[in-house]
Design a protein around this ligand. Structure first.
Ligand SMILES: Nc1ncnc2c1ncn2[C@@H]1O[C@H](COP(=O)(O)OP(=O)(O)OP(=O)(O)O)[C@@H](O)[C@H]1O
Ligand SMILES: [Mg+2]
Length: 266
């Protein structure tokens, strides 16, 4: 999808081209990306120099128009697409190009936007898949996850394919939490859910974060996302156009005009 260049908000946080705020904020970050360039086809870059970071214990939201590269950023972090330049760093270690299984072992969890459960497997088997690299973790992690999502324990023998969209999303989050990640990447966890279930996803995400897991949350429900996150990024055309606290972004007239649209009036 081609997009017209959009005017960037001024006044808060970082604007494209000025990396000093990013450098200062990302200094002791848990996970950071620096000037990441990546895409799906050689020569066609989707991420055009993306600076991003999440601190220990932070809940960071990423919003932006369709096709901005939000999912692409998460895929680049999780080693699912090739990074052609720039770097991704986890607790000071360069993890650029590391494959997903290695990243999971290092404490990075990922819940993709679609196809994020095994429908023919039961809830319990889905959760087992989450610890296939470390099966001994199962019992303790199962307790942790069913503590957060009691319904998953009650219905452990039910096939994931027979669950509602909201329940499936809980299974997907639960699976990613089984390895007790230090950072969880969520791609549009509330998409396609009823308003009540969307709300549950946001409450659960906050709860996971309070349990000590840093969270990176990409969301189409921008307003709700900014309400619960500590800090937000606006991604536009493969660059982080803008970052500030969730509260500042939600009240920024330019962000409202450009990215929150009519939702702002709700
Ligand atoms: N597998 C793929 N192969 C080639 N191009 C892709 C692929 N996936 C995404 N793209 C392109 O990359 C760009 C960014 O897509 P991405 O999925 O990261 O956007 P997004 O911000 O997550 O959008 P949405 O809000 O619709 O989920 C788009 O132009 C899209 O067409
Ligand atoms: Mg996406």
């Amino acid at each position: 999808m081609t997009q017209e260049p959009t005017e960037q908000p001024k006044g808060h946080g970082q604007t494209a081209g000025d990396r000093s705020a990013h450098e200062a904020g990302a200094k002791d970050a848990l996970l950071r990306t620096d000037e990441v360039v990546a895409g799906y086809v050689p020569g066609v870059n989707i991420l055009n120099g993306c600076d991003f970071y999440v601190g220990d214990g932070e809940l960071v939201g990423i919003i932006g128009p369709n096709g901005a590269g939000k999912s692409t950023l998460l895929k680049a972090i999780f080693g699912l697409i090739q990074v052609s330049s720039g770097s991704i760093t986890l607790r000071g270690e360069d993890i650029t190009g590391f494959k997903a299984n290695k990243l999971v072992a290092k404490g990075v969890g990922f819940v993709p936007q679609t196809n994020n459960v095994f429908p023919s497997l039961t809830i319990e088997e889905n959760l087992q898949m989450g610890v296939y690299q470390a099966p001994k973790k199962f019992r303790k992690s199962f307790e942790f996850v069913t503590g957060l999502f009691p319904a998953l324990g009650d219905r452990r023998a039910q096939r994931a394919g027979s669950l509602s969209g909201g329940e499936r999303q809980m299974v997907a989050m639960g699976r990613a939490l089984m390895m007790e990640p230090s950072v969880l990447l969520l791609d549009e966890p509330s998409a396609g859910l009823s308003p009540a279930l969307q709300d549950e996803v946001f409450v659960r995400t906050r709860q996971i974060n309070r349990a000590g897991v840093s969270v990176i949350m990409v969301e189409q429900n921008a307003r709700r996302c900014l309400q619960i996150c500590d800090r937000g990024y606006v991604l536009d055309q493969g660059r982080n156009a803008y970052t500030a606290s969730g509260k500042d972004l939600i009240n920024d007239p330019k962000v409202i005009e450009l990215y929150l649209g009519t939702l702002a009036k709700a």
